[in-house]
Design a binder for this molecule. Structure first.
Ligand code: PEP
Ligand code: MG
Length: 589
């Protein structure tokens, strides 16, 4: 039934997890955490206050354990997220600092925790790396849980919700999302959060629609309001009219049918109608994610981001720990390739361990290969681990953020030294690995002819290439409207790179998010990209799109693309030419 007397409201947010659901809103209550008061305690009460804090932390640990034990089967691969939260409970920055603050300032535990978290938040805010920003969010989730226990607020038990509803929350923590019962929760929408958040990853794994980053949806929607969530388009409709309800009912049925067909065919080759084949691989951050790549029909790992092992602990991982994880991935997916990208850290890491070291502009600072070349011991350790893992399957090495020829030479020198040292020790390893560089800085595109002589392949990191070419901080939502992968400058850069690479006889891959959107396929095929890599969940739709196209048409189409002046003109052109394929084959609009 339509809510009579209400006007239909359409809101747009971030399309965090695809699909459509229609149902009643259920507001998740988070009250209690924000109403903390400050008071001073006497010297004698300090120990008691610390005890109160510790017991709140312990309670939080037990709550997380219970959630982990009862999490749905589908989330088994994601247990590490809650495992990380459990570790964060005792993190020096949070746990140690709060106890110190209670002692030094003689204030109540709730206020001390609030103060510490606010310091951590402002420290992370200055960072440009979305990955590290996500770690700050984890600290906030963990501290919220401790705070709930401290103030005695009831933690909302999502697992106990007894009706079929759509969750509406300011934010959902991974712990809360892990309690989602698929028989009752149809989907969720939030004020905060984005596509890269763990919570949205969980939504995609559970295959429920989610729209995040809606601003203040919790102030607009009331309990039991009828809403439509279109997670594919990132749209939420409150008080839909009868007509809208019918339209979305139809769309939902079509979406489910198409999804079933795409999933069924995900193991077929990505081959165009006229017989052109390209490999579609998966991006991973953790060894556990290899399973998703295989399940989704990936032809290998096109990007293994290796930062997690360095960020999840205050101590640098040793060669054996690195080797152990790399070997797992390499063995599981062999003989398919694993592209291990060396450490892409951006100076913020030193900042975390050493608060005196602050990068004014971390994205342009001592990031990725620059950090590694300045810290050759750290780099050598990782390269040795990669070369050793290479003895167990098909490994490629990928170097991030190359901006000059010297960096490539210096990297190869250290790589050779690492191989020589392994040889001398008689270790089991393989020095015969393909060596590639990420193309994510404009200077690398411009000197591609020089770089080509030193490498086996280029891999386009469009997330950064767009950031550095269009001067848009990729984590800054105020300039997000300018961030377009179909900007004519980006398309021309890719063309320039591919032309040089073809002339020099080396391959061009793409592992940035641009590769994950089916709408970009006519252009990427037309430009002549050899291999794509993306988040595993996008693989089936991208393959389905490729199978519906002809490479010959895509190449001819490029002539018109190059005549366009803006990203919106390019997008319009693609939609005009390939719109029907998009809606029939991948349900993109
Ligand atoms: C990129 O920049 O496109 C990329 C794949 O690397 P990351 O997103 O890890 O910076
Ligand atoms: Mg990058």
């Amino acid at each position: 039934m339509t809510d009579i007397g209400f006007r239909e409201i359409i809101l747009t947010g971030i399309n965090a997890s695809p699909g459509i659901c229609i149902g009643k809103a259920y507001l998740v209550d988070r009250e209690g955490v924000d109403v903390v008061k400050k008071y001073f305690i006497s010297e004698d009460d300090v120990e008691e206050e610390i005890k109160r804090f510790k017991s709140a932390v312990n309670k939080a640990k037990n709550q997380l354990l219970a959630i982990m034990n009862n999490a749905p089967e589908e989330l088994r691969d994601h247990a590490y997220i809650l495992e990380t939260h459990k570790v964060l409970l005792k993190d020096k920055m949070l746990y140690g600092k709060t106890i110190e603050t209670i002692k030094n300032e003689r204030i109540n535990a709730d206020w001390a925790l609030k103060k510490v978290v606010s310091d951590v938040k402002s420290m992370f805010k200055k960072m440009s790396d979305s990955y590290l920003k996500e770690r700050a969010t984890d600290i906030v989730y963990v501290s919220d849980r401790i705070m709930m226990n401290l103030v005695g607020a009831d933690t909302e038990k999502i697992a106990d919700i007894g009706k079929r509803v759509i969750l509406v929350a300011q934010d959902l923590s991974p712990a809360e999302a892990s309690q989602i019962n698929l028989e009752r929760i149809k989907g969720f929408i939030t004020d905060r959060g984005g596509k890269a958040s763990h919570t949205s990853i969980i939504a995609r794994t559970l295959e429920i629609p989610a729209v995040m980053g809606l601003g203040n949806i919790t102030n607009i929607i009331k309990n039991d309001d009828l809403i439509i969530v279109d997670g594919t388009a990132g749209v939420v409709i409150i008080h839909p009219t009868e007509e809208t309800l019918l339209e979305y009912g139809d769309r939902s049925v079509k979406y489910e049918e198409l999804k079933a067909a795409i999933t069924r065919d995900s193991h077929l080759k990505a081959e165009t109608i006229d017989g052109f084949q390209l490999k579609v691989m998966g991006n991973i951050e953790l060894p556990e994610e290899v399973v998703s790549v295989i399940d989704c029909g990936g032809d290998g790992i096109g990007l293994y981001r290796t930062e997690f092992q360095y960020l999840s602990s205050p101590i640098l991982p040793n060669e054996y720990e690195l080797f152990d994880k790399y070997k797992d991935v390499v063995e599981v997916i062999a003989p398919k390739p694993v592209t291990i990208r060396t450490l892409d850290i951006n100076g913020d890491r030193a900042f975390i361990n050493n608060p005196d070291y602050v990068e004014v502009n971390p994205a342009l600072g001592l990031r990725a290969i620059r950090y590694c070349l300045k810290n050759p011991d750290v780099f050598r350790t990782q390269l040795r681990a990669i070369l050793r893992a290479a003895a167990f399957g098909n490994v490629r090495i990928l170097i991030p953020m190359i901006s000059s020829y010297e960096e490539v030479l210096e990297t190869k020198k250290i790589l050779n030294e690492a191989a020589d040292s392994l040889e001398k020790e008689g270790a089991l390893f393989n020095r015969d690995v393909e060596f590639g560089i990420m193309i994510e800085v404009p200077s690398a595109v411009i000197i591609a002819d020089i770089l080509a002589g030193e490498v086996d392949f280029f891999s386009l990191g469009t997330n950064d290439l767009i950031q550095y070419s269009l001067a848009i901080d990729r984590g800054n939502r105020h300039v997000a409207y300018l961030y377009h992968s179909l900007h004519p400058a980006i398309i021309r850069m890719i063309k320039q790179l591919v032309d040089v690479a073809k002339e020099k006889g080396i391959k061009v891959f793409m592992c940035g998010e641009m590769a994950a959107d089916p709408i970009n396929m006519p252009i990427l095929l037309g430009l002549g990209i050899d291999e794509l890599s993306m988040n595993p969940q996008s693989i089936p739709a991208v393959k389905s799109m490729i199978r519906a196209l002809k490479v010959e048409d895509a190449r001819a189409f490029m002539k018109d693309v190059f005549k366009q002046n803006t990203a919106s003109e390019v997008e319009k052109l693609v939609r005009e030419a390939f719109g029907s394929i998009l809606s029939e084959k991948v349900y993109a609009r």
